[in-house]
Design a protein around this ligand. Structure first.
Ligand code: CP
Length: 309
């Protein structure tokens, strides 16, 4: 592959190869000196049309830990604000020497359009409500590292599924690797197309949590809500917030995950966000390792010295 645009359609072997490649990368970032020369002379451009803390920061760190140069461009402080199109912006970045363009954009399909227009590798860092493949890869890595496997586990994703690119990418990733995926949320925030993905749909959180190995909580995406879809934060929290009583319905060794940013007091309280089951900070660390692996593979590294993974 030249690009990583989504997890839909990727084979289990490709996902496993990428997750295996991230393991030695995680070892690099646990060292006191977090730098290897692997991508010296390569250039990574982060092009972000939406806000980000984790994804942008971890792509920048991933590039720097591998000795690549990294430049961050955000729509609000670039010539995008003067009316330059995504296409012209990307061609400009490529003309400056980008080997990899990491794109976050509010429109579903924007990275796919870009991938056709440039020779550089394009990584989807979140496109509208469509996919957020590197988030799902770090989630897969975290579960595999914590549990030693993914096949046969029950993964429950709770929240604003309708607007969640994280949920979509995780449904593809976890089902491809043999997990049972449950999705749960208010009926108004549950997309109809989910019935075709293999995910099981629940509207009562207690049923969705019963016997779960992994509970992935999502925030309500206030910036994407349309009038009438959303019950209100207090009502949402009462119906779908994760408290200790509800968590006790899951397996005793359940993992509590969240892609961040967390809206504390809404989907998670301090007792569940910071409880012994929480691997939220581990997810963030793993995000750097997975993105290092991806930059390495898309710039020609890998077991067979191919861009393929
Ligand atoms: N999980 C995630 O994508 O977080 P950011 O929006 O902070 O990048």
């Amino acid at each position: 592959h030249k690009d990583l645009l989504g997890l839909k359609g990727l084979a289990a072997e490709e996902l496993i190869f990428l997750l295996d490649t991230a393991r030695p990368m995680k070892e690099v970032i646990s060292r006191p000196i977090k730098k290897v020369p692997t991508l010296r002379g390569r250039t990574v451009m982060n092009l972000f049309y939406e806000n980000s803390t984790r994804t942008r920061g971890s792509f920048e760190l991933a590039a720097k830990y591998l000795s690549a140069d990294c430049v961050n461009i955000s729509s609000s402080s670039s010539s995008v604000a003067k009316g330059e199109s995504l296409y012209d912006t990307a061609r400009t970045i490529q003309a400056q020497g980008a080997d990899v363009i990491v794109l976050r954009h509010p429109m579903a399909g924007a990275p796919h359009m870009l991938a056709k227009a440039v020779k550089a590798a394009v990584i989807n860092a979140g496109d509208g409500a469509h996919e957020h493949p590197t988030q799902a890869l770090l989630d897969l890595f975290t579960v595999r590292e914590q549990r030693g496997k993914i096949a046969g586990l029950t993964v429950t994703i709770i929240g604003d599924i309708l607007h969640s690119r994280v949920a979509r990418s995780n449904i593809w990733g976890f089902t491809t690797l043999g997990a049972e995926v449950r999705v749960c949320g208010p009926p108004t925030l549950m997309p109809v197309e989910l019935t075709q993905t293999g995910a099981r749909v629940f509207y009562r959180i207690e049923e969705a949590l019963e016997g779960a190995d992994v509970v992935m909580m999502l925030r309500i995406q206030a910036e994407r809500q349309q009038q009438g879809l959303f019950p209100g934060l207090r009502e949402y929290s009462r119906l779908y917030g994760l408290n200790r009583e509800r968590l006790s319905l899951a397996k005793p060794d359940v993992l509590v995950m969240h892609p961040g940013p967390v809206n504390r007091g809404v989907e998670l309280g301090h007792d569940t966000a910071d409880g012994p089951e929480s691997v939220i900070e581990e997810q963030v660390t793993n995000g750097v390792a997975v993105r290092m692996a991806l930059l390495y593979l898309l710039t020609g590294g890998g077991a067979h010295n191919e861009a393929d993974y």
